[in-house]
Design a protein around this ligand. Structure first.
Ligand code: ACM
Length: 773
């Protein structure tokens, strides 16, 4: 059993009544200091009165034909059914009577880059801004409208002065692992524009598919645009032989670039090199170092590299020449990540190149590769971005580093005075990650990144001096699409995390407040998504997805941030459906008989029918388990190793062996070397620092059992109320060397680890320092 890192906590209540009314939500939309706007503006000053927008409101603009005006007209007509009179703005002519909306660049000279000023008085709205600034002012103005349309719209009187914290605010979409059509890509771009994101990083090329037409190399899309498999199974382990793919023609690309530019979004194309290039190498195998693929090469042979030959450089220069003709972007992304250098290690050509150029190793070959491409791109007046591995072997002189493996690459690059875009996979910026640890989440990638993790990230590391901090030019969210085959899943993965990202990228840290964001402002934005038919992850109605609590009496008050959502609940252990009990808003109290358990589950269903995952709280009325009488204070565990095959840890109960040995902590790795199959029983004591409810969990490749004072803990009942002092801990573990299943290409093996979560939620591995025997 592979125990997931559940978002599961044990709360402890020994008092008679335990009431939870969450979230602690003091604010209502009426007193929200940010007026519901995402991302939070730099400054909002509320004034008195309201502006009543109606069909009679006159609109005055500098240029009735410009992009922002076109948007405004579209919004008013198609979203609000208004077709207001529009004329050229002349500051010398004062309008009298009625209401007026003015959009102008006059007075914008003093504003920061991309900044705007929005002033609403009872008779007049003025949006001052230039280019993108005016566009963002209009986006903020549009967000002030109520979600539901009526004939007259009341807007609060206010003065908003706003500008972004970072110049680069990005989102990346991978269209290689799964392909998204032009209309689908535009739908993503529209969303970015609404939230003031100004760079769309288009990951057009990867091992699983080449998606951009290159006239000089038609096989890139004809061959490289298609692959041989639909993925089956959660880990994409079982391909079939049906063709999957697609690509964008150069006309498609121009169309998307213009669509984005109309919304003040720059499109950064990414052409991966030297790795993630298998699609290109399937089309043009002569660009590999190793022999061309033959019929014996497995279909899924990812991990090859371009060979750094003159032929490769000419090919890539020709590709980039066409790419640069299509994309006006200052930045051209050249990838550079995850290059496993093995093919270069085995290549006589590369080894010879290393000798000839006096390179230390293959990392310097990658550096040479990227620097050559940079020189070519710089000569055309553009700049490169590369993933942080381009630091290895020496950074190209003018490169911007996109820090993804963690923050370290970005920090190192900033210290070398290189521009940096922070998009670490460790800080909530990877939107392909799960949104919680619950097994109910749709299949996603690797770890989980919660909304608050995304929200609370600060791209400017404290490790940088104020001077070095200037090199952090922005941040980005990345959506890799291995597990994103549909538009609904795409939207689920990015919403609402994209909203959090936009606030990280745009808003001043002093204006950020997760409680206000998640429990107040999100309401209006979810309602908008519902109205527009977007999918999104619906937050649960309880503070924790899966909780075990101890006490006699509990009161729960579930709440949903989604306007009009209903909360259904069960008391029978089933995950709630819309046929179950509907929560009526009055807190529910439970009185649990002594030594008995009761289960309360909730689920949110929005007006558009979208469902949250189900939450669960298990209430258990039992008293503290007393500490055992143990005084030896001898560190380590005893274990018994049984060198035979078991199918379940239960069988370990029937083995009698007196041979026992010592080990410092729960660790099965040393036994695996000599034993393809074995069982191990670990025994010891754990020192519990204070009375409270403690949660235990384990991670392992196979089935594992965990006991505290002889009581078995499970995924559904993972906690016990323990008195301060020593408690007996036992782990029963079995191992059988895994066999590669037919069609599978890898095995995941998780080493044995045991974890404890303290009553305050602090989770840690139970290590040598905590164990005695
Ligand atoms: C990456 O996630 N490999 C950049």
């Amino acid at each position: 059993m592979n125990t997931k890192n559940f978002l599961k906590k044990a709360l402890f209540a020994i008092s008679l009544a335990f009431a939870i009314t969450l979230p602690a939500n003091a604010q209502t939309p009426a007193d929200d200091p940010h007026l519901g706007i995402i991302p939070a503006p730099a400054s909002i000053k509320k004034t008195t009165g309201v502006f009543v927008f109606s069909q009679l409101t006159r609109i005055k603009v500098d240029n009735p034909k410009d992009k922002t005006t076109a948007f405004l007209k579209d919004f008013l007509l198609n979203n609000r059914h208004f077709n207001n009179r529009l004329s050229k703005y002349n500051p010398k002519v004062r309008t009298t009577g009625g209401t007026t909306l003015i959009l102008t660049a006059k007075g914008a000279d003093k504003l920061p880059k991309e900044g705007y000023k929005l002033t609403i008085t009872p008779r007049r709205i003025t949006i001052i801004g230039k280019g993108a600034g005016l566009f963002y002012g209009m986006q903020t103005f549009m967000q002030l409208f109520p979600v539901a349309t009526s004939g007259t719209e009341k807007l609060p009187c206010v003065v908003i002065e706003d500008a972004p914290r970072f110049g680069y605010r990005g989102m990346m979409l991978d269209v290689s692992r799964h392909f998204f059509t032009v209309p689908q890509v535009k739908k993503v771009i529209e969303l970015l524009a609404t939230y003031k994101i100004n760079n769309f990083h288009w990951h057009l090329v990867d091992g699983q598919g080449w998606r951009i037409e290159i006239k000089k190399y038609p096989k890139l899309t004809q061959v490289g645009g298609y692959r041989d498999q639909t993925m089956f199974g959660t880990n994409r382990d079982w391909p079939d032989s049906l063709s999957y793919g697609g690509y964008y023609t150069q006309d498609d690309i121009r169309d998307v670039v213009k669509f984005a530019a109309d919304r003040f979004i720059n499109v950064v194309p990414e052409i991966e090199m030297p790795a993630h290039s298998d699609a290109a190498l399937r089309a043009y195998p002569e660009l590999r170092c190793e022999q061309p693929a033959d019929s014996k090469t497995p279909a899924r042979s990812f991990g090859s590299l371009y060979c750094p030959t003159e032929e490769t450089f000419t090919f890539l220069e020709n590709v980039l020449t066409e790419v640069m003709a299509l994309f006006p972007s200052k930045y051209i992304h050249v990838g550079g990540d995850e290059a496993n250098k093995q093919p270069w290690k085995e290549s006589a050509f590369v080894q010879n190149l290393i000798k000839e150029k006096g390179f230390k190793d293959e990392n310097e070959v990658q550096s040479y590769f990227i620097q050559r491409m940079e020189k070519f791109i710089n000569a055309k007046g553009r700049s490169i971005i590369g993933w942080d591995e381009i630091l290895e072997g020496g950074l190209a002189p003018n490169a911007t580093v996109m820090s993804w493996t963690g923050e370290e690459g970005g920090i190192a690059a900033a210290k070398q005075k290189h521009n940096v875009i922070m998009t670490p996979q460790t800080t909530g910026n990877y939107f392909d990650h799960y949104q919680s640890g619950s097994p109910q989440e749709p299949v996603s990638f690797g770890r989980y990144a919660t909304l608050d993790e995304t929200y609370n990230y600060d791209p400017v590391s404290k490790e940088l001096t104020p001077e070095e901090q200037q090199y952090v030019i922005g941040t980005q969210g990345n959506l890799w699409t291995e597990y994103v085959p549909t538009m609904a899943k795409l939207q689920y993965q990015i919403l609402p995390r994209l909203f959090a990202l936009s606030e990280v990228a745009w808003s001043l840290p002093a204006n950020k407040d997760y409680n206000n964001f998640a429990n107040v402002r999100l309401a209006k934005h979810f309602a908008r998504l519902d109205a527009k038919g977007y999918n999104y992850r619906v937050p649960i109605a309880m503070p924790v997805i899966d909780t075990m609590v101890f006490g006699q009496r509990f009161t729960w008050a579930p709440v949903s941030v989604v306007p009009g959502a209903k909360i259904y609940y069960t008391l029978n252990g089933r995950d709630p459906l819309d046929t179950d009990l509907e929560y009526n808003g009055n807190p529910i109290t439970f009185a649990i008989p002594a030594n008995e358990k009761r289960e309360f589950k909730t689920r949110v269903i929005t007006p558009s029918g979208r469902r949250s995952i189900a939450s669960r709280v298990l209430m258990y009325n039992r008293t503290l388990m007393p500490a055992v009488n143990y005084t030896a204070n001898k560190p380590g565990l005893t274990y018994k190793l049984l060198k035979t095959k078991f199918t379940t840890p239960d069988q370990l109960d029937y083995v009698t062996t007196k041979d026992s040995a010592m080990i410092d902590q729960f660790n099965a790795e040393p036994f695996k070397k000599d034993n393809p199959s074995f069982g191990a029983v670990y025994n010891g004591y754990i020192n519990i620092p204070a009375d409270g409810a403690y949660n235990f969990s384990q991670a392992s490749y196979t089935d594992t059992q965990l006991f505290i004072d002889g009581e078995k803990l499970t995924e559904t009942e993972p906690a016990l109320p323990l008195a301060k002092g020593f408690h007996k801990i036992t782990v029963k573990y079995i191992y059988n060397q895994p066999v590669l299943q037919p069609g599978a290409y890898r095995i995941r093996q998780t080493p044995l680890k045991v974890f404890i979560t303290a009553p305050d939620g602090d989770k840690r591995e139970i290590d040598a320092g905590m164990l005695y025997n």
